[in-house]
Design a protein around this ligand. Structure first.
Ligand SMILES: Nc1ncnc2c1ncn2[C@@H]1O[C@H](COP(=O)(O)OP(=O)(O)OP(=O)(O)O)[C@@H](O)[C@H]1O
Ligand SMILES: [Mg+2]
Length: 354
């Protein structure tokens, strides 16, 4: 078990800076996720923590000891990759036992340890099979087993579920959560899938081009995104954004399409125009229940019991949610409820939350 600290960590490949001045402490036993779009530097950070890539500047600590000059082996972090690369000629048993055999541990102990891990992962019945005789999810569990059996200080996982189909991915999420609860080992996880990050993590660092935008709990990031990048990246479907003209600064009142909003903001704006954000799940659409905000339906999407509705609200494109019981068709005139307390207020120039 270990606390991991990044202190002013920088990484450049030749002249290209990939990670910039990163400060971060991951608590002992925490499930911590780096989340961000492709190319933002997630794998690079993980590779620096595990020791596969040297840092260009700064320090990485495991429990207040600098590990900069330690090899991956000496750091004692187990990496689980996206393509889990099992040994194809070995059985499940031999694959899981492999790291212990490398450590020259005696046969009886290996048998005992592999059985324990197989029980945790529900692999007992599959120990004699070869990887090609397993499903994707089962292979992923074997890869996890091979990491767990080492009892490392830290688990580092780089998009470990991305090769699985949607249903398996959700099953494995639950498995990983349970595993973390049982083992209580620090997990540093990397994904570009915001839903996966939200459901697994105790804390998330949202990255953009090698810089942490926000580091907080999933709830905090969802309810109080610090800027428009985080606001747009977290949540599905994505947050709606529209411009609003300031009518009064204190208390804040601002309007769009003749509709006046009185949202909460912790800072008084300087500008006369703001950017407002509201999540589609916070806009209730109805064809019957009249409000003073009207829109025309452009597209309807059914997602289990939710109906997502794309609309044109005067010149503004906006997405909202209707109950499955509402009979709404394309071209209909509908009424929107957009509660003030669900409006996020951003500076239009910097994109920062006010
Ligand atoms: N060995 C390398 N040499 C030069 N540039 C590299 C090298 N490895 C990564 N990069 C660059 O560094 C940036 C970050 O790459 P990284 O693999 O960390 O991104 P990522 O967030 O893991 O992306 P993805 O979600 O696609 O896996 C990218 O622009 C990439 O092209
Ligand atoms: Mg990557």
């Amino acid at each position: 078990m270990a606390e991991i600290k990044l202190e002013n960590v920088n990484k450049a490949f030749k002249d290209t800076v990939v990670i910039r001045d990163m400060y971060l402490t991951i608590a002992d036993g925490e499930f911590f996720t780096f989340l961000g779009p492709s190319g933002c530097g997630k794998s690079t950070i993980l590779n620096m923590i595990t020791g596969l890539e040297p840092v260009t500047g700064g320090n990485i600590y495991f429990d207040s000891i600098t590990v900069n000059d330690l090899s991956p082996k000496e750091r004692d972090a187990a990496m689980v990759f996206q393509n889990y690369a099992l040994y194809p000629h070995m059985t499940v048993y031999e694959n899981i036992a492999f790291p212990l055999r490398m450590k020259k541990i005696d046969k009886e102990t290996i048998l005992e340890e592999v059985k324990k891990v197989a029980a945790i992962l529900g692999l007992e019945e599959l120990l004699h099979r070869k990887p090609k005789e397993l499903s994707g999810g089962q292979r992923q569990r074997v890869a996890l087993g091979r990491a767990i059996v080492r009892k490392p200080k830290v688990f580092l996982m780089d998009e470990p579920l991305s090769n699985l189909d949607a249903r398996l991915r959700i099953e494995m999420r639950a498995e990983l959560k349970r595993l973390h609860r049982e083992l209580k080992t620090t997990v540093v996880y990397v994904t570009h899938d915001q839903a996966e990050a939200m459901s697994l993590s105790e804390r998330i660092a949202v990255l953009k081009m090698g810089e942490i935008q926000q580091c907080a709990t999933p709830l905090e990031i969802y309810t109080k995104p610090v800027n428009t990048f985080v606001a747009g990246f977290i949540g599905s479907p994505s947050m709606n954004f529209f411009e609003a003209d300031v009518l009064s600064k204190k208390p804040l009142r601002a309007g769009c399409n003749n509709r006046v909003f009185e949202p909460e903001a912790s800072t008084t704006p300087d500008a006369d125009t703001l950017l407002f954000g509201i999540r589609p799940e916070n806009i209730t659409v109805s064809s019957e229940e009249k409000t003073n905000t009207e829109a025309i339906v452009e597209l309807i999407e059914l997602e289990s019991s939710i109906v997502w509705i794309d609309m044109r609200w005067k010149e503004t494109r906006i997405k909202g949610k209707a109950s499955i019981d509402e009979s709404i068709s394309v071209g209909d005139r509908v009424f929107l409820k957009m509660p003030n307390e669900k409006i996020h207020v951003f500076d239009i120039e910097t994109g920062r939350r006010l």
